[in-house]
Design a protein around this ligand. Structure first.
Ligand code: SF4
Length: 169
């Protein structure tokens, strides 16, 4: 039987990695941001395209979930009607901490062109938003960039801390 001994010290290749607990936890969290699908209107088509083969969200560890209890980030893509606002809030409350929200497109940000009695004039009137994506509709690249910004933000913070909500973009 062939015998091969690896001399790690001689090869300057010791199989040990040193890091802090914060970095390790943040690394895990930031690379597994499961997204709760919340497609409400045309912006949702761009969100769906982000998960398809051309843009491939899975590369970032961002996998779309259909349950708030398995989700880390809620992507609100589209027009939020007042009739629907109650459900947005309820699903947000069912997500475990830590959680983040991306408001995708002008309608989710401000109500967009729908300045009517039936439309919520910005989803941040119901839930705290971390990142706002401008545009009608934002491209999949924009959504991917938002997730990368969110990853950087998570990596820059302490892993365990009391949640303080603030706007990133
Ligand atoms: S911002 Fe534009 S693309 Fe997005 S939901 Fe509103 S009208 Fe549709």
């Amino acid at each position: 039987m062939a015998k091969f001994e690896v001399n790690y010290v001689k090869n300057n290749n010791i199989p040990v990695t040193l890091t802090s607990l914060d970095k390790l936890l943040n690394w895990g969290t930031s690379n597994s941001l499961w997204a709760m699908t919340y497609g409400l209107a045309c912006c949702a088509i761009e969100m769906m395209a982000s998960g398809a083969s051309r843009y491939d969200f899975d590369r970032f560890g961002t996998i779309f979930r259909a349950s708030p209890r398995q989700s880390d980030v809620m992507i609100v893509a589209g027009t939020v009607t007042k009739k629907h606002a109650e459900f947005v809030r309820r699903l947000y409350d069912q997500m475990p901490e830590p959680k983040w929200v991306i408001s995708m497109g002008s309608c989710a940000n401000t109500g967009g062109m729908f300045n009517t009695y039936a439309t919520v004039q910005g989803v941040d009137r119901i839930i705290p938003v971390d990142i706002y994506l401008p545009g009608c509709a934002p491209r999949p690249e924009t959504l991917q960039y938002a997730v990368m910004v969110l990853q950087q933000y998570i990596r820059s913070k302490k892993a365990i801390q009391s949640p303080t909500k603030k706007r990133l973009i």
